[in-house]
Design a protein around this ligand. Structure first.
Ligand code: C2O
Ligand code: CU
Length: 486
């Protein structure tokens, strides 16, 4: 299909950039990749003359699109050309524990100049992404992230074009300089996290994606921001939501307010394009309360021949992956755990345990930069939050007692959301509607302030897995723990 070339452009550019470095030749045949992390420059702002110094995979922001096939091995030979240790985490993949890329837990950090070969067989098709899991709050903010698509949830004739849309907000000045002075700023860490002032889609101030009248398009939205919860809509179009966090959901129309995507979450949309050549469909982001035009789908006069085929008229859904069903009886037998989130601005910790030692909130904040706790513990504990037997159905109540939203991510597994409850303005407990999420398997869930979300999963992937807030500053300042499947 001609439109597949849209992606090949990315890998050709990656090839070209690696040729500049004779020491490192890219061989991206099949699902074998070579990937670097290194310093590079990128054009992130509207003025093409303004360049930004970034850290990037294969010198590209976002990094090159990696494509694998469900059930087939993918091999990524990675070399760290940065002067800081790093790793790669394959976000959302139900991966072998040894390949999960968590520095200090599933592997030692990859030192400058060293390499590491990641090798895994993705069990699920869908939209995933990759990023460092060492000093994530700095390394992602400098540009280290990319999309990983696992094919196998649709047939080539289902979509005329398939576009990842990777959204990030940058804290950057109009000279293109990333604000480095505020890395590690405790004010950000105690509040919402590092929010940027410039939004890019696929590393561009205004992304323009070509579409044709009558075409059926798949858009794969990925939020790679450190902390910004985004909300996207398309002007004059009624997209269908077809997947969340890589896993298919029954197709459902997205309301005019758009779809909320927290840091690390993904949403796949299907859009049937109707328009005249030259029309521009706006990609709109409204998280700040303003209607920000972040990019465009530009209607060209290319028209697909299959436009009138009957299967074009309705879309019954992506082919679901086979995730373990979560049976009620199994849940009754399995473990139940609570994860209480405390701390942050306006509810500062009175005390907490850090590295096994009880200390007051002031010492935690000033001496150890810890501002948040899970069950009274700041940062990684010696003991896991829970240990599950392989195959055990586990229920976890995520209880947000802070005044800030959090995007809780669990490694190696996808989970169901059983319920959401919160407080209304009078402080009464209210149960909220799960909406699209009632049918979803997710790897990251957004909690509002004072909200409790109950999740359930079958712990079927052996190993030690992280569970943390994907607002990366929150993770760095306390909101990270782990569980073990034995
Ligand atoms: Cu996307 Cu623990 O990470
Ligand atoms: Cu958080």
């Amino acid at each position: 299909m001609p439109n597949r070339r849209v992606f090949l452009v990315g890998s050709t550019a990656a090839l070209a950039s690696s040729l500049v470095m004779p020491s490192y030749v890219k061989a991206d045949t099949g699902t074998r990749y070579r990937l670097t992390a290194e310093r590079a420059t990128a054009t992130l702002l509207e003025d093409p003359a303004v360049k930004t110094d970034v850290w990037a995979y294969d010198r590209l922001v976002p990094g090159p699109l990696l494509r694998a096939r469900k059930g087939e091995e993918i091999v990524i030979e990675f070399i760290n050309l940065l002067d800081q240790p790093t790793t790669i985490h394959w976000h959302g993949i139900r991966i072998d524990n040894a390949m999960d890329g968590v520095a200090g837990m599933t592997q030692p950090a990859i030192m400058p100049g060293e390499s590491f070969t990641y090798r895994f067989t993705p069990p699920d098709a869908g939209t995933y992404w990759y990023h460092p899991h060492n000093r994530s709050w700095e390394q992602l903010a400098r540009g280290l992230y990319g999309t990983l698509i696992v094919d196998g949830d649709s047939d080539p004739e289902d979509f005329d074009r398939d576009y990842p849309i990777v959204a990030d907000d940058w804290r950057i000045d109009d000279q293109g300089l990333i604000d480095e002075a505020s890395f590690g700023n405790l004010g950000d860490w105690a509040h919402a996290g590092r929010l940027g002032n410039e939004l890019t889609l696929n590393g561009k101030a205004y992304e323009r994606l070509e579409v044709g009248d009558g075409e059926r398009i798949r858009l794969r939205l990925v939020n790679t921001a450190n902390a910004r919860i985004m909300r996207f809509a398309l002007s004059g179009q009624k997209p269908l939501l077809i997947a969340l966090d890589g896993q298919s959901v029954p197709p459902a129309e997205i309301e005019d307010e758009g779809i909320v995507i927290a840091p690390a979450q993904r949403a796949d949309l299907l859009v049937d394009i109707r328009g005249e050549p030259g029309d521009e469909i706006e990609i709109i982001e409204t998280s700040s309360g303003n209607r920000l035009v972040a990019g465009y789908l530009v209607v060209s006069n290319s028209k697909t021949l299959s436009n009138s085929a009957p299967e074009r008229q309705s879309f019954t859904g992506l082919k679901p992956n086979s995730l373990p069903a979560i049976e009620n009886e199994a849940l009754d037998r399995g473990g139940r755990y609570d994860l209480v989130m405390s701390g942050g601005a306006m509810r500062f910790l009175a005390s907490g345990i850090y590295k096994g030692e009880e200390m007051d909130g002031r010492t935690l904040a000033q001496t150890h930069q810890q501002l948040w706790t899970f069950n009274g513990i700041a940062g990684m504990a010696d003991e896991p939050l829970f240990k599950a037997q392989e195959g055990e159905a586990v229920r976890i109540r995520l209880i947000n007692e802070t005044l800030w939203p959090h995007a809780i991510h669990l490694h190696g597994h996808h989970f169901r959301i059983l319920s959401r409850s919160g407080l209304d303005s009078a402080g009464n407990s209210v149960v909220s509607d799960l909406g699209h999420e009632s049918q979803a398997f997710r790897d990251t869930v957004l909690l509002a302030r004072n909200e409790t979300v109950e999740i359930a999963l079958v712990a079927d992937n052996p190993g030690k897995w992280m569970l943390h807030c994907h607002m990366l500053e929150h993770q760095a300042s306390g909101m990270g723990t782990w569980f073990e499947v034995v």
